[in-house]
Unconditional design. Structure first.
Length: 258
């Protein structure tokens, strides 16, 4: 028995004679054609038994699946669209034990710019909130609303004080972050000016937790290895060393000797 006879001739259910297999590319090319049994391509294949590949069981089988898919597509197209884009408002008032508070009202860039100052002033409230969440697993979102409102009010007070005392420095820094994908190392020069202004007016200083004592904090280094451009000093400013002093050290150095 030859290989051609082993691959076999398949008879269509409609009794149209032997059908031979085709490659995947052939079958895909027939997706948008009329049904195979009504075309001249079938007779062409019957006259050329050398076109036999073991990909699909038969063209008749393919035609049946193709018709079923058309029915499914038609059923999906006939469905009515259902939209769930509705805004729901819960008008139930909060308990009186939860103090009323407004939202911070700041986007991500200003919040990132002020985040270390918020942490410096609001750490006790943050610790209380996290302790409440730990003591109420699974229900802390409701049980800790009171502590959460205190955190929100504290953060809002920091943003408000920075806007009053260091508006220009604050705006330059968060706009730099907004234009550089929130990458802090791209905006160190503006950050240094903001840090000094905030310390001089609000006595809040940026500190990175768990920084090793024998290493220079990354935000004080004059060379940021991932920055697009080097940090340039202002006209008349002394050359940079490997790092700048934190605002607290600068204030001590500028203080008159007693």
């Amino acid at each position: 028995m030859t290989r051609r006879s082993r691959v076999g001739k398949l008879h269509a259910r409609q009794g149209q004679g032997p059908l031979y297999f085709c490659s995947t590319s052939c079958i895909i090319s027939l997706l948008w054609l009329e049904p195979i049994r009504n075309s001249n391509l079938l007779n062409h294949w019957n006259s050329r038994p050398s076109l036999n590949c073991s990909i699909y069981r038969s063209l008749a089988n393919y035609e049946r699946h193709y018709a079923e898919n058309l029915v499914q597509i038609a059923a999906m197209a006939a469905r009515k669209p259902v939209f769930n884009q509705q805004v729901l408002y819960d008008t139930t008032p909060l308990p009186e034990s939860i103090p009323a508070v407004k939202e911070v009202g700041a986007t991500s860039a200003p919040l990132l710019s002020a985040s270390f100052f918020i942490g410096a002033r609001c750490r006790p409230y943050n610790d209380d909130y996290m302790q409440c969440k730990t003591e109420n697993p699974g229900k802390g979102e409701f049980e800790c609303l009171k502590e959460g409102r205190r955190v929100t009010r504290c953060a809002a007070s920091v943003i408000d004080d920075i806007n009053k005392s260091c508006l220009d420095e604050f705006r330059k820094h968060w706009q730099c972050l907004d234009n550089n994908n929130h990458q802090l190392w791209q905006c160190r020069k503006d950050e240094w000016k903001l840090n000094k202004c905030v310390f001089d007016n609000l006595k809040l200083e940026k500190t990175i937790p768990d920084t090793p004592k024998n290493e220079t904090p990354v935000h004080l280094r004059t060379k940021q290895i991932y920055a697009h451009y080097p940090i340039l000093r202002d006209r008349g400013q002394a050359p940079f060393g490997k790092a700048i002093d934190p605002p607290s050290a600068q204030a001590q150095a500028d203080a008159p000797a007693s």
